[in-house]
Design a protein around this ligand. Structure first.
Ligand SMILES: Cc1ncc(COP(=O)(O)O)c(C=O)c1O
Length: 369
């Protein structure tokens, strides 16, 4: 196994805790432990009484029940809890793939969704969205990519970095194609719940296809990245059993305080999502106005869901622009080249409350450039 550096994480490692204005983060605004515990009358006392021994390897049963309730056909036995979505991606790829397997990945992609497969010796090909149409994917573009060795199709709805969200009809077609061809669909749904129009929320892929795997996490829609609680949900018993056994070599089991707090948050999910959607809506309005005023610099398309968008920078080289911006104005944007060479786009994140201040800084920078 040879894993290349995770470009986005290396970039964040350099700036995340030093740049004053993070304008490209993908999580929702977080909250304090006290705020979360205040959501239930007795939570503080129960948290204090929590036992800090090893926990159940599959995940706390109560937490797994809360996670299962996010889907229509899932019960606790189909849910396997991990240390963030990141561990779940790593473990899933190692269990599902062998060298020489063929994998199709929705592109541009969050690096680990393709990189782990590559490190195992799989052939990875991109299934690319069309930037001219809100980064929309077409099933007709997927069909010619499939080969008899295609083991896996990886999708990410709502999408990082573009915010693309397909229709329910589209995911129905994809599920039908998966059944017909025999590939597994790995659906990264970590931004699910943050649809601006709630009627556009897609079913979890696990509810559409009995061989599919849905990936979720507390970090994005719930804003609780520091808990490091993620999960997979699948009806495939064999895959589930193998992933549970693989986890014995990664984290064995999860942090008890994090599991307690994640279950508490999920019992109060509606309120937390509502709060995060309010921040997202207000930030998107601010971004619409900002990009309308600075149309000379950027091409902007308002995304339908999630916390990230992927505008195009006109004329100027995006790597140089982002480097100069963070050096001179302390505003961190994520150049698209961290996703794929040649993209003159950048990721902007709109889940955090301080977006208006960060945009003011960016506007001042533009005024002097
Ligand atoms: C699409 C996608 N999948 C998975 C992850 C990993 O989530 P976590 O860092 O909470 O494990 C991220 C984080 O940015 C992501 O954007």
């Amino acid at each position: 196994m040879h894993l290349k550096p995770f470009r986005l994480e290396r970039y964040f490692a350099k700036y995340e805790f030093t740049a004053p204005f993070l304008l490209c983060t993908s999580d929702s605004e977080s909250m304090s432990l006290g705020e979360l515990l205040a959501m239930e009358p007795d939570a503080e006392r129960r948290f204090q009484a929590l036992w800090l021994g090893y926990t159940e390897s599959l995940g706390d049963p109560e937490l797994r029940r809360e996670i299962a309730a996010l889907y229509d056909t899932v019960s606790a036995e189909h849910v396997l809890v991990h240390a963030g979505a990141e561990e779940a991606i790593f473990n899933f790829m190692h269990v599902a793939l062998e060298p020489g397997d063929h994998v199709v990945v929705h592109a541009p992609y969050y690096q680990s969704l393709g990189e782990v497969a590559l490190s195992i010796g799989a052939h990875v090909v991109p299934w690319r969205g069309d930037p001219e149409r809100g980064w929309a994917l077409e099933i007709d573009d997927l069909v010619p990519l499939l080969t008899p060795r295609t083991k896996l199709v990886v999708v990410n709805f709502p999408h990082n970095p573009t915010g693309f969200l397909p229709s329910a009809a589209f995911v129905g077609e994809l599920a039908a194609l998966s059944k017909q061809h025999g590939f597994i669909t790995f659906a990264d749904e970590v931004y699910r719940g943050l649809e601006l129009d709630p009627s556009r929320r897609l079913p979890g892929f696990v509810d559409l296809d009995e061989r599919a795997v849905s990936l979720g996490v507390m970090s994005k829609a719930y804003g609780l990245a520091g808990l490091r609680i993620g999960w997979i949900a699948t009806h495939d018993r064999e895959l589930y059993r193998k992933m549970a056994a693989f986890k014995d070599y990664t984290t064995i089991c999860n942090s008890a305080p994090s599991e307690f707090l994640a279950a508490l948050a999920l019992r109060n999910a509606a309120g937390i999502i509502q709060r995060n959607l309010e921040i997202v809506r207000s930030n998107l309005d601010t971004l619409d106005a900002f990009f309308a005023e600075h149309a000379r610099w950027f091409d902007w398309q308002r995304p339908p869901a999630g916390t990230v968008a992927f505008p195009r920078l006109k004329g100027t080289d995006v790597d140089r622009f982002c480097a100069d911006l963070v050096e001179r104005a302390g505003v961190l944007l994520l150049p698209g080249t961290l996703y794929e060479p040649g993209l003159n786009h950048f990721r902007v994140g709109y889940g955090r409350r301080n977006l208006p201040q960060a945009l003011n800084q960016l506007a001042s920078y533009l005024a002097t450039s």
